[in-house]
Ligand binder design. Structure first.
Ligand code: DX5
Ligand code: ZN
Length: 214
């Protein structure tokens, strides 16, 4: 099956976002990954609904919004209105995961959980019925360009097995590059998020086809 890559705009050029989005659209990707950081849950700040609504106007790609923010429950409606298609909340910071996931679905969006490399994947089990998407973090969230944490491969294998009777998209985020991508797809996951290893390449098109192994 063709490898599904969701480019992370964190490594794109924000003064020329339309061009960087068009580049990956032309390559045939179906989704884009948007990293929202609050400088509180993670030690970095990025962008919010205002930028996402502008991105929404430039593309029809599926937008997955990765919320690395505290008090996400206050903002779910804003991120839905901005045009996100999947909204992902972090297990570690959510006050009530079930309620967040249900709110996201009530807003007509796909509901996702992200969890950190040191969070036990088993903690996600109680939410399988409320989930459309699981984001397995293979680095600690906050920055692009970090080194892949190998021990997370085990969570990938386990979740592939345990979710096989559910309609849940399994995605992996952080440190996905030419050295790590084969091992990651071997686990059976559905999507990888790629930031620096794609947008940081001199030839983005060649890098994309090397990553998807075509
Ligand atoms: C990290 C973000 C990632 C990031 C991945 O906190 O959630 O989506 O953009 O970047 P790379 O691919 O460079 O590890
Ligand atoms: Zn992310």
């Amino acid at each position: 099956m063709k490898r599904n890559i969701s480019p992370s705009l964190l490594s794109a050029n924000f003064t020329n976002l339309t061009k960087d989005i068009k580049t990956v659209e032309d390559l045939g990707v179906s989704r884009l990954h948007l990293d929202v950081m609050d400088g509180h849950f993670v030690p970095n700040l990025t962008f919010g609904p205002f930028i996402i609504s502008q991105i929404r106007e430039t593309t029809k790609l599926h937008l997955e919004t990765h919320l690395m923010i505290a008090n996400a429950e206050k903002y779910l409606e804003d991120y839905a209105k901005a045009g996100s298609d999947t909204i992902i909340v972090h297990y570690e910071v959510s006050k009530n995961i079930k309620s967040d996931l249900r709110t996201i679905r009530k807003l007509g969006k796909k509901a996702g959980i992200a969890f950190n490399p040191d969070t036990d994947y088993k903690l996600i089990r109680p939410f399988f019925d409320d989930l459309d998407y699981i984001l397995i973090m293979s680095v600690f969230p906050g920055f692009g360009g970090q080194k892949f944490i190998k021990s997370t491969l085990e969570s990938m294998e386990k979740l592939v097995h345990e979710t096989k009777n559910h309609k849940i998209t399994l995605a992996v985020d952080g440190g996905v590059n030419l050295d790590t991508i084969d091992k990651i797809y071997e686990t059976g996951i559905d999507v990888t998020i790629v930031g620096s290893a794609l947008y940081g390449a001199n030839d983005v098109k060649k890098r994309y086809f090397d990553l998807i192994n075509e």
